[in-house]
Write a protein that binds this ligand. Structure first.
Ligand code: SDX
Length: 393
């Protein structure tokens, strides 16, 4: 009670902003959401309760949680005209391209919640985004495989609804496997927010100009797509596939250490965590649990991942540079075992992170002293010089 987290002046002078939402201690491998440790939230709570916590600052009462879950559930459908928007994309387009486009287009379909000066509109836009992102991600997947869209249902929880929209087909009944639903919800929670990472900073910078929340979240999705950020979960599974077997690990470890080789261990390293990523610890336990419950505990990619982690954490290069598995190292193994193609891994990260993006956006917009972001630079170009006509060059 009353504990104050402080940093030496050097750190605060480089802080991008004040925030009360998420706290990371990279040296200890600590991640708190509104003060609650991520491992407790992942095991004791569930995603929509964590959404409430991130948005409003504390855990909800039973009735407040029921009201919030009802509001989200009743906004999961998309405006029917948006279906035309999906059909304008090439079928082989990456689902992240579709999500970026469709979420940006929400500014046109839901323009009654784009006035950021109106607190009620900010609230409606936040609920709409959290509610509709699973539907948008599922529709992007269905479109890419040529299957009909499956509408959300109000009698299913958030994770079960998403799994059903992705994997059900009109021709037969679909029962959500509770093992997969619990694992899906935990993955959502582990990705919910992470302080001022690249995509959240993108959302804040876009929002600082007064852009509407749908446009800001579309900017965050675009940034998250990069393989150095949210695209790492797809890149990591592709790396594990390329390694193929444990006897090939040393070859890739050496490549990752070779500065002349662009290869990096995907799912390894972090700008902030220099001890361990607490999310990776929970994700590894979840991978063991889910794959054994599904009867695929001998999945070769899981074996390669565990051996790769063991070898790397005994290697001076990785130990000296404090490189550990991050949130993306094991997540793809679980998602693949659940039936998702690698192209859906980052869209799942994006839908999970939407609550973090929108909570941080609301926090910023709600601060009357906030100004437009305007980073400066160190100019290293030409000194002032006079123009030379082309005939004299
Ligand atoms: C996410 O910011 C967040 O919070 C992001 C995130 C979130 O929840 O929003 O946590 C999600 O983006 C996790 C990171 C996912 N990306 C990957 O897994 C891609 C692989 N990792 C790297 O590209 C890298 O580790 C980064 C991008 C994550 C961090 O890069 P940095 O900041 O350059 O890492 P660093 O400064 O700690 O690197 C120290 C050294 C460097 O070598 P030197 O210049 O000192 O010689 O370690 C090297 C790096 O080249 N290094 C790696 C490596 N990661 C860093 N070498 C081999 N393999 C790696 N994965």
């Amino acid at each position: 009670e009353g504990q104050v987290f402080t940093y030496d002046p050097g750190f605060t002078s480089t802080a991008a902003c004040d925030s009360t939402i998420t706290f990371i201690d990279g040296d200890k491998g600590e991640l708190l959401h509104r003060g609650y440790p991520i491992d407790q939230l992942a095991s004791e709570s569930h995603y929509l309760e964590v959404c409430y916590l991130l948005l409003y600052g504390d855990l909800p009462s039973a009735e407040a949680l029921e009201d919030f879950e009802n509001r989200v559930t009743n906004h999961t459908m998309l405006h029917e005209q948006m279906m035309n928007f999906f059909r304008g994309f090439r079928r082989d387009g990456h689902p992240m391209a579709i999500m970026t486009g469709v979420v940006g287009a929400m500014s046109a379909f839901y323009h009654d919640s784009t006035d950021i000066s109106d607190e009620w509109q900010r609230e409606v836009a936040s609920i709409r985004l959290i509610a509709k992102m699973p539907t948008i991600a599922a529709y992007a997947y269905k479109y890419s495989i040529g299957q009909p869209f499956v509408y959300p249902r109000n009698d299913l929880d958030y994770a079960s609804n998403f799994l059903r929209m992705c994997f059900a087909v009109p021709a037969e009944d679909y029962e959500v496997n509770p093992i997969l639903s619990r694992a899906m919800d935990r993955i959502f929670t582990l990705h919910a927010d992470h302080e001022q990472n690249a995509s959240t900073s993108t959302v804040r910078l876009a929002g600082s100009s007064g852009a509407n929340p749908f446009a800001c979240i579309a900017a965050g999705i675009a940034c998250l797509w990069g393989p150095a950020h949210g695209g790492a979960n797809q890149a990591c599974l592709e790396m594990l596939e390329e390694i193929g077997s444990v006897d090939r690990i040393p070859e890739f470890i050496e490549r990752a250490k070779d500065k002349s080789d662009p290869f990096r261990l995907m799912g390894f390293g972090h700008r902030v965590y220099k001890n361990h990523d607490p999310r990776a610890t929970v994700m590894k336990e979840s991978a063991d649990e889910v794959l054994s419950l599904l009867g695929v505990e001998n999945n070769p990619k899981l074996q390669v991942a565990k051996e790769l982690e063991r070898i790397a954490l005994e290697d001076d290069y990785f130990v000296s540079k404090k490189l550990f598995p991050n949130v993306d190292f094991y997540s793809g193994i679980i998602l693949e075992a659940m039936g998702f193609p690698t192209s859906m891994f980052t869209p799942i990260f994006a839908l999970s992170r939407t609550v973090g993006w929108i909570s941080q956006w609301k926090e910023m917009i709600g601060d009357p002293t906030q100004k437009i972001g305007r980073p400066r630079q160190l100019y290293k170009g030409e000194p002032m010089r006079d123009y030379v006509n082309v005939e004299d060059r």
